[in-house]
Each structure stands twice: as C-alpha cells, then as structure tokens.
Design a protein around this ligand. Structure first.
Ligand code: NAP
Length: 530
C-alpha cells in the first residue's frame, strides 16, 4: 500500500555531518517487578543506553506512588515512562483514568518523558497544561501493527500529533517491505517537531539503525535478544557495537547485504569493523529484500545503498537492475557485489570467482614457487565438481586464467552446458573418478557434498586424489572437510572454502571503498565469529 514515487534521492539530509542533537538510544525495561527493572536499568547504563523506558504495563502488582518513586529516583539514566494499554499493543487492561493518573504522577515524580497514545493525547495534554516541569517532554505516539501508510497519510498523522500539543511525535508503523522505511525516513527528515520514526518488523530494522542519519529523536534498543518491546527491535548492544550507531550522521554512506533470509550474515560485522578501523563515515546493514528492483528504485540516493553485497536468492535477478556488469560476472550470470557510482548508476561484480581463484593461485605458488607474469593456473588441467553458482564461478575464473577446464556434475546436462560455455570438457561424477590423463591436476569441489550436517560424505574417492597437486573445497562448514583431510593425506596442497569466503570479502571492500581491505582484521573477526 501507499506506493508513492518517493525515493531516497528526494531526501534533503544535511551534509554538514553534524546533528544539532544526537539521536538518543533508549532501552525499554520489561521486568515484571520493580527489583527486576532496577537491575535492568543498571544493565542498560552499562551497555551504553542514554535513557530507559519504564514499561509500567509489564509490572505485576503495580503500586503507582511507591513503585514510580523508586523507579524514577533510583534510575541511573533519564526515564521515559510508558503505560501502554492493550488497545495500543500494550498489556494494561484496567481503568483508563487510573492509567493516565499514573502518567501524571510520573511527571510529578521527575520522569524526563512520558509516552501518551494519540487516541487520548489531546485531553491528556490539556490536563497537564501549565503544570509541566522544565526539561519534561510528552511523546505522543501512534502505532500501526498492520502496515506503513502512504507518505501523505503519515504526514497527516504527524500533523494530528502536533495538534495535540506534543513535544515529540512517535510514529511506529509495520514494514511489509523494506522500502516502507523510506517513507518514515522522509517524514523524519521533514518533520517540524522532533520525531521518533520506527518501522516495526524484520523488514523495518534499517529504520531503527538509521535514525541518526535522518535526525530521529531516539531509537529503541533491547537489553538482550528476545527481550524486545516491539517486533524487529535490535539489541542496544548490536546498535552500538555491530552497527556503530554513535558514528552514524546525516552524511554517513549506507552499505549492506541484500538477501532473503539475511539476518545470519556476518558481513555487517566485518564491514562495520573495517569502516571504523579506518575512520570511514559509512555503515553496513542487513537488507532483508523481497523485490530487488523496487529496492534499488526506492533507495536511489548516492549515499544510500552506496554499495551492496548480494546473496541468495537475488544473485541472478539483481542483474537486471544494473547499469554495468563486469564481463565475467555477466558470463557467470550471477553477481554478489554492487557499487553505486557517484552519478548514481549501479555496477556489478562477482567477487566469488576472484576470491576462489586468488586463493588457488596462492596455493600453487606455495607449491611451485613464484614465477612472475603468467598465472600458475595457465595450462593446468582444472577439474570442477559441480555446476551450480559456485561451480560457474570456478569454471569461468579458471578458464579466464588459461586453465583447461573439466566440469563434472551429478546432473550431466548442467555439466555439459557449463563446459561448453567455458570451452571445457564435461563428464559425470563417476567418470571423473577415473579421469587422470596427467598428474598434478587441480581439483575444485563446488558441490555441497560433505557440507554440514553430512560431514562424513565426500564428492571424490580418496584413491582418485593422488593425481591432484592441489585440492580446493568451496564448502566452509566445516572448514576441514573430509575431501580436504583425505587430499592432505595424499600429499596435495589444500585450499579452504573459508579462503574463498574471506578473499571475496576483500574484493568487495576494495570495490566499495577504493581502499585495500584490512585483511588481518577480517581474518581475526572471521575466526572469532566462525
Ligand atoms: P548450488 O548452485 O545449489 O549448486 C549445488 C551443486 O552441488 C550442484 O552442482 C549440485 O548438482 C551439486 N550437488 C548437490 N547435492 C549433491 C549430491 N548429493 N551429490 C552430488 N552433487 C550434488 O549451490 P552453490 O551456491 O554453488 O554452493 C555449492 C557449495 O559451495 C555450498 O556448499 C556452498 O556453501 C559453497 N559455497 C562457498 C562459497 C565460499 O565463499 N566458500 C561461496 C559460494 C558457495 P546438481 O546440478 O545435480 O543439482
């Protein structure tokens, strides 16, 4: 719904890079007792939150005067008090008058903020008119658990909120698609009053991380995974440590990995640490994308989706959104790395083949010494097992280096098709086991045989391995596959799938930034988080 021709290129974000007041990080407290909340607020401070949201509706046996006095006075951080009724997605089911009395009491006891629902905000704000302490602010909130309305409808909503006398507007909508966040970014940038713009749900995650880019008043970060007060809420720790929330400014460039699913990707960890290590004003996000074309059309600003990694299931479909494609990536028919040029056009690469071939070349150099000039793969007999995405990368990559390529695959037709394309020879998996026209061949497994959980399987019998001087396995879970163990035992040099993974990351970083990748940092992080 609400698909306006709005794109992020319409956004006039400040380029000064300095926000008048930085976006605050608020941690909701969901404890069911006062004691639990007291523990939680100390933890929130330790983690680095700026304020805590006391969710009164979570408390069992709530005693307003006594409990609020303790919670507000003993909080080591400024407090936002919320008493969310069931009709707005909270847990409070009692009398409305008592609920609002508790909020007024919170104000009198020194809470810094209270959150009041739009539904009742006008009357509530009238009731406290002229009684508001200094430095106390009312957040008037609206929650939509179904969708994100059109930009126009959201604009009207903010106007209604403003008309209640709100100090701060909070709009929380639900993302049905990642492009829904763009409308919240737009309203956040253009709002006349301070605004908290949140798009709930997994597809709305970027709205929470990028609040500082668009000038949001605050963003919510959970105390721990699972203890969330709204769908899609990240932890405060992830916001701070994984996404470098404090470093995000209006002119921060936004990168990310496009995929579905994508939450498991470790790429944000690597790239954000790398950006931080060299002081690059950039952030790298998880982009949970359903429709790649819509994504690139919506996020078309030069500093948004400035560079993207691309994973399953979009490696092929993303091709049609590109203005330029690296010739080998085009032949492979799959891309995993997209760079937005300063003129806004998109150029795509396939760094998988570069990473794998680079690692194999280094393995051969280790074996034969370095001979300058030609690739050590030139003239080699290079056997690729598999003809899927990774198989194509290896076959094209090896052929480009002048190797003589053989493709063997379970589905022979696919082997034939790929072999023809790279000017090589096709065979079945059974045939390849007895194929040894010469010694010192190179073997690259790109089938998933031997991958977790079936780690006892191997795509090639051990006795056949003795004809190979180097064996590469694209599988990286586990790192040391049965194929690689047996190849090592037969005396071959082995090259791990993790090398392909990490080196394709180096290439992506170079394409994104024009800088050499911080290789040691990438390796350390990969090992720590493998
Ligand atoms: P894919 O496109 O689905 O291709 C899978 C390949 O494995 C096909 O050739 C398929 O043969 C073959 N295969 C699957 N099950 C088999 C079996 N039981 N016996 C024989 N052959 C079988 O997948 P992909 O993206 O190429 O990935 C393949 C492997 O490479 C995965 O383990 C993946 O994790 C790994 N990989 C690693 C990296 C890295 O950076 N290290 C990058 C990409 C992929 P059919 O054609 O007959 O189905």
């Amino acid at each position: 719904m609400g698909s306006l021709p709005f794109t992020t290129s319409d956004l006039q974000t400040s380029t000064s890079g300095v926000l008048s007041s930085p976006t605050l990080l608020c941690t909701p407290l969901m404890g069911t007792t006062v004691d639990q909340m007291l523990i939680e607020m100390r933890k929130a401070k330790e983690i680095g939150a700026d304020l805590v949201e006391i969710r009164l509706d979570c408390l069992r046996n709530f005693n307003p005067l006594q409990d609020l006095d303790i919670l507000i006075k003993q909080s080591p951080l400024p407090t936002l008090v919320t008493y969310r009724p069931v009709w707005e997605g909270g847990q409070y089911e009692g009398d409305e008058g008592k609920r609002q009395d508790a909020l007024r009491l919170a104000m009198q006891l020194g809470a810094h903020y209270i959150d009041v629902e739009l539904e009742v905000a006008y009357d509530f704000n009238n009731s406290i008119h002229g009684k508001k302490p200094d430095n106390f602010k009312v957040i008037v909130s609206s929650h939509n658990f179904h969708n994100t309305p059109s930009a126009e409808a959201i604009g009207n909503l903010v106007a209604r909120i403003q008309a209640t006398g709100a100090d701060i507007a909070k709009i929380a909508t639900t993302a049905l698609d990642i492009t829904d966040c763009a409308r919240i970014f737009q309203i956040t940038v253009h709002s006349q009053i301070p605004i908290i713009g949140i798009v709930m749900g997994e597809r709305g995650l970027i709205s929470r991380i990028l609040s500082p880019k668009f000038g949001g008043y605050l963003s919510y970060g959970a105390l721990e995974a699972g203890a969330i007060s709204a769908p899609g809420q990240p932890t405060a720790k992830d916001l701070l440590d994984l996404y470098n929330f404090r470093l995000i400014r209006p002119d921060t460039k936004v990168y990310g990995i496009i995929g579905k699913p994508v939450g498991h990707s470790k790429s944000p960890l690597l790239f954000n640490a790398a950006f931080k290590s060299v002081g690059l004003n950039a952030v790298y996000l998880h982009f949970l994308v359903d429709d790649v074309e819509k994504f690139f059309k919506t996020y078309s600003a030069v500093d948004f989706a400035s560079g993207c990694s691309c994973t399953i299931p979009h490696k092929e479909v993303a091709l049609k959104c590109m203005d330029e494609i690296d010739p080998i990536a085009k032949k492979i028919g799959a891309i995993n790395n997209i760079v937005r040029r300063p003129d806004g056009t998109l150029t795509a690469f396939n760094t998988d083949y570069i990473g794998a071939i680079d690692a194999i070349e280094d393995g051969l150099r280790e074996l034969n010494g370095v001979s300058p000039g030609a690739s050590p793969l030139a003239g080699k007999l290079f056997v690729v097992l598999g003809a899927g995405g990774a198989g194509k990368s290896l076959a094209y990559g090896a052929a480009q280096k002048g190797a003589r390529v053989v493709v063997a695959n379970r589905t022979f037709e696919r082997a034939k098709e790929l072999a023809e394309k790279v000017g090589g020879q096709a065979m079945t998996l059974a045939e390849v086991e007895n194929f040894h026209p010469e010694e010192g061949m190179v073997l690259a497994n790109t089938t998933s045989v031997g991958m977790k959980p079936k780690i006892d399987e191997t795509p090639m019998a051990k006795h056949a391995l003795k004809h190979y001087c180097l064996v590469f396995d694209a599988i990286y879970t586990p790192k040391d596959t049965r194929l690689l163990r047996e190849a090592r035992e037969t005396g071959a040099v082995i090259v791990y799938g993790t090398e392909m993974l990490i080196r394709q990351g180096f290439e992506q970083y170079k394409n994104f930034t024009g800088l050499p990748a911080p290789e040691e940092l990438f390796r350390t992080l990969m090992e720590k988080h493998a």
